[in-house]
Design a protein around this ligand. Structure first.
Ligand code: OGA
Ligand code: MN
Length: 206
């Protein structure tokens, strides 16, 4: 019995995470899915729904801007359109596959849109830096069509190889999914020289 295309993508991602702590899957989202997501993304952005991202307590957003400059909007399942539904369904299919094949015990997810304006970045960090216990896997869906290297805005993942730190540079290309172990890997977003669009999620075990 053959695997479906989705299952093959899930398998590739799992292999990568097990071997390296991170994995990349190109064309995880189809071009029309990216387009539809960008449409609703800009609609919500233009309606003023996004907020500057924090790094902890609400009162410290101004300090946060030295560390991260993205604006975010959490996806709430009670007010989503069909494009967002498609994304959440794919996201949940991945969760189900992980639970079935890897016994990860993922019980919940959280997910938000993120926009980096020109000049914005997210300094080196780990996704479990504070009261964010329970985050086991970080997943990021990129929505940037026609992205070129001069646009910067790369995700850099720091890994260890024989006790030597290694930087993995990943461009935020439309349709690409990146996932990595939230507790284990430092990473950063380098300064963006063009508007940068993505959806970031976490899989939680409590
Ligand atoms: C984050 C993050 C990376 C990216 O939102 O925590 O590290 O490439 N995002 O957008
Ligand atoms: Mn992060």
């Amino acid at each position: 019995m053959g695997m479906t295309n989705d299952e093959q993508q899930f398998e590739g991602l799992i292999e990568g995470v097990l071997a390296n702590g991170y994995a990349i899957c190109d064309n995880f989202l189809e071009p029309n899915e990216v387009r539809n997501l960008l449409d609703i993304f800009s609609e919500r952005y233009d309606a003023g729904k996004f907020k500057e991202a924090g790094i902890g307590k609400q009162s410290e957003v101004h300090k946060a801007s030295l560390i991260r400059g993205d604006e975010i909007l959490w996806l709430e399942t009670d007010s989503i359109n069909s494009a967002e539904r498609v994304l959440l369904d794919k996201n949940l299919a991945f969760v189900k596959y992980l639970n079935k094949t890897c016994y990860l015990g993922i019980v919940d997810t959280e997910i938000h849109f993120a926009k980096y304006d020109i000049g914005k970045f997210y300094r080196r960090h780990r996704d479990t830096f504070q009261a964010q216990k329970g985050r086991i896997l970080s997943v990021i869906y990129y929505l940037n069509t026609n992205w070129i290297p001069a646009n910067g805005g790369n995700l850099i993942i720091y890994t260890q190889e024989n006790n030597v730190e290694k930087m993995i540079t990943i461009a935020p290309l439309a349709g690409r999914l990146v996932c990595f172990e939230s507790e284990k890997l430092d990473h950063e977003v380098t300064e963006a020289f063009a508007e940068r669009f993505s959806v970031t999620g976490w899989f939680l075990n409590k």
